[in-house]
Design a protein around this ligand. Sequence first.
Ligand SMILES: Cc1ncc(COP(=O)(O)O)c(C=O)c1O
Length: 457
Amino acid sequence: MGFDLAGLLADRQGQGYELHARYLNPQRPRMLHAIGFDKVYTRAEGAYLYDRDGNAYADFLAGFGVFAVGHNHPAVRQALHSMLDAELASMVQFDCSLLAGLLAERLLAKADGMERVYFCNSGTEAVEASLKFARYATGRSRVLYCDHAFHGLTVGSLSVNGSNEFRRGFDPLLPDERIAFGDLDALERELRKGDVAALIAEPIQGKGAHVAPPGFLAAAGKLLHDHGALLICDEVQTGIGRTGRFFGYQYDDVEPDIVTVAKALSGGFVPVGATMAKSWIFEKVYSSMDRVLVHDSTFGSNAAAMVAGLAALSVIDDEQLVANAEQTGKLLQDALQDMCEEWELLAEVRGRGLLIGMEFGKPRSLKLRTGWNMLQAARRGLFAQMVVVALFQKHRILTQVSGDFMDVIKLLPPLTITETEVNLFREAFTDVMTEAHKGSGLMWDFGRTLVKQAVTR
Ligand SMILES: Cc1ncc(COP(=O)(O)O)c(C=O)c1O
């Protein structure tokens, strides 16, 4: 009688793929079946997922970066239990929530230069707010963005998306303008037109794991300010310790006007996003009492999200996860870097902290070049997909190709990982590279299957 979660999960276990095929995005189960990722996970803890047979999978994807503190962190769970038990008045709308104030205070203490916060429910919403704030505060309409940028998929965020495959078919978008990541001349050219509100950029691009060229964001900030425009740093993925600094922009002498955050702030439980900005921007947008709701969200500042955020930030401090991201990230990156010498298919390893990209490239030897060319001719990115599948199937390590048409794998593990996971990954990757450099065998057979799928889809 009544709702019984445990009973429901036990009764319907394993039906997720079928239900998605019938009622949700049908391509998700199709894609997962095609690459053999169609597992049924029943539990998660720390850096590991567990399937219904009890097999452990090292999660180097971390829900696209959501699980910075690991899965089901006991301190965040405890905080959420306490929040429910307290029977709080949440989302009253006509009050000033203490929890939102506390989270704002705590977040701003980590973000030098930022003075106020707007809370919402996702990364793309944090970006939408940043675009609106920048346009209103400057009285200008255009936002510049970078090639390969990813800022979310709602229409405003899509207008500053630097990959055509996401944009195609959704025109007309906002009249924003793309520049190459790092191109200060292009930035200045656009700024001279006098209608630019802001440049939005990620300190490390999620698509391709490209780190902003040294000095670019600092110089861009200065140029923008000289022309009365703003710098928006999108820290949805890089923020909250991921790069080994609390925010990615803190690596250089960057002075953003607006900073967006989401993912890790959720503690892995409750959707949340935040747009931080200088006070004067908020004072312009919310300039009078009748503009109090000019930009708002019903669920923003809800108690569960605020508590999850407070608990997540507390775990990040208590367990010194920012320092761990820097140290363990270096250990992992150094280990992988050494492999570039050894494996001709591995062209480059890059990133910061625990956001690491591994790019594959054309091999020198004839033996490997035939297979490589076959994959490239069908679709760029298939080799990286082969590696992701081998890491998963043979070694139970979950990773992702870091964007369409890219031979780049991105590692985004929880910030809690230790030398154990670094060694696990290093050994698994060595094994996968050994197989790949044979130029034949199971891995390449699967590559041929991918080619067939690519040409018949
Ligand atoms: C830099 C960046 N901005 C925005 C987003 C969008 O976040 P969400 O998926 O929560 O809307 C993402 C998501 O991956 C991201 O990486």
